[in-house]
Design a protein around this ligand. Structure first.
Ligand code: NKO
Length: 199
């Protein structure tokens, strides 16, 4: 039944709606892809001094990852299609059709996409992210460590989702390759430093 492919397609389109870019436009701010780390995401909006907008970006990006996956999951779609829907949301966020295919790093969107699996996994992911952020000061490192940890956690308590979660992790890590290079060269700015990293 090819109606099942409607879910990944709609998820891709919803994922393509970049809340960071739209909210920056709404508040007459420059495109986030020209500011700071040039990432249209919650952290970069925060970095540029817009805490409340950053919170909205985070919530919207989580919800747009969560909604299609949650519906697909609730309708009892086969695991393959639920997984494809989750991946499609994140691909939409990273390569948005509405914004020249230049999108974000999928952290908040992937968190939303795995939320329907259970609050145990999402809670653990948020805790991991916060602990690494507090210990290191690097938001990008927090995201990378959380992405590496996600498939390990899920393999422990719901192994049937390991492959799907690992796919999201790979996408997140790939989207952080510039951050990884900067971390390696010790040029990555910490979250509470105002320095812009032009790259
Ligand atoms: O601007 O390149 P930048 O320094 O903006 O940004 C790097 C950063 C980008 O991430 C964001 C989103 C911030 C969301 C924060 C809360 C995240 C909580 C837990 C995430 C867990 C991810 C799980 C993935 C499961 C597959 O990285």
């Amino acid at each position: 039944n090819y109606l099942l492919f409607l879910f990944p397609i709609l998820a891709y389109l919803l994922g393509s709606i970049s809340s960071a870019i739209l909210l920056h436009r709404l508040y007459h701010l420059p495109d986030p892809r020209t500011l700071g780390s040039k990432n249209p995401g919650a952290v970069n909006t925060f970095r540029n001094g817009h805490t409340k907008i950053a919170l909205c970006v985070f919530i919207f990006d989580v919800l747009k990852g969560m909604l299609p996956v949650w519906i697909a999951y609730r309708l009892g779609l086969p695991l393959f299609y639920v997984s494809l829907t989750a991946l499609a949301s994140c691909i939409g966020h990273a390569y948005p059709v509405f914004f020249n295919f230049k999108g974000g790093k999928c952290v908040a969107t992937a968190l939303g996409a795995v939320a329907p699996i259970g609050f145990d996994l999402s809670g653990l992911m948020i805790a991991t992210w916060l602990i690494v952020l507090i210990l290191s000061g690097y938001s990008s490192l927090a995201s990378i460590v959380a992405a590496v940890a996600a498939p390990i956690y899920i393999w422990w308590f719901r192994p049937e989702y390991t492959f799907a979660v690992a796919m999201l992790s790979c996408l997140i890590i790939w989207r952080h390759h510039e951050n990884l290079e900067r971390l390696w060269r010790r040029q990555e700015p910490k979250i509470f430093s105002k320095s812009k990293n032009d790259n």
